[in-house]
Design a binder for this molecule. Sequence first.
Ligand code: SF4
Length: 350
Amino acid sequence: MYREHTKVIQIGDRKIGGGNPVLIQSMTNTRTEDVEATVRQILALEAAGCEIIRCTVPTQEAAEAIREIKKQIHIPLVADIHFDYKMAIAAMENGADKIRINPGNIGGAEKIKAVVDVAKARKIPIRVGVNSGSLEKELVEKYHGVTAQGLVESALDKVKIIEDLGYDNLVISIKSSDVMMCVKAHELLAEQTNYPLHVGITEAGTVYSGNIKSAVGLGIILYEGIGDTIRVSLTGDPLEEIKSAKRILKTLNLRKGGVEVVSCPTCGRTKIDLIGLANQVETMVQEFPLDIKVAVMGCVVNGPGEAKEADIGIAGGKGEGLLIKKGEIVKKVPEDQLLEVLREELSNWK
Ligand code: SF4
């Protein structure tokens, strides 16, 4: 298991690597300069379960906003920098807990050294990020295109630049929107480094296709024991990223806790609005910090059996449903009261 053996890196008050739990990251899509909007979004993401947040820092004003934002949030903040090394330095001086740079695009050895010197003095970790979209020309030529090998070589070259400056407080990320290239690159990288890896499928797409690509890509990579932090990248509300990341970790048994809803696909036997009910139940259960399974089943054929497997469940009938708790049928409930009765049961769950 690679993640048991990665280097432990401290980001604000959280530790990653060395077998610590895989943490969920997201990135704000507000203007970082707009402190109020950015804080509002980060607090909502925190409440949903985000554990590390990244904000872009493209201007001096954004770097200064970091100081104010940090006062109002409770999770570590990563400053994302491209092109201008001065922004990386300003972000650190204003309290960023980690910076994410691509040493290939911040302009030469002197500038990289200036950034590393500040990181070193302040013990701030650097995430070295490479992306398939910006792979160096020489590596594209050497490997006849953008390849997993090229991505890994690019990342390790960048890491070496920083190591040669005497700094190893590092995290690596390599991203590609090609899921299987991303998987291959992580397999190769995990063999060659023990720095913690931040894993994500970049430019994965909309909520629908991004979720599927991320679930497949992150699922394989995490299952192989690789990855210390993750981000599900979606073209959508960042809150969706957190929901999906939590679901991926829970499905892989890398997270405990939270109510799991199982529901049947419905068929010709279904006599209640089960699709509507299952969706409402899935939203409703998020209020409850319970570690239980709730079954929402359409009929009495498989329903009672599945519902008995769960801690609590419903098996639909005609305009009504059976409420089943810890294997026992408790009562019949009219269809329009099923959601409320379930909510009531979870509120009083012992
Ligand atoms: S539980 Fe009943 S309604 Fe749901 S798919 Fe199975 S047979 Fe159909």
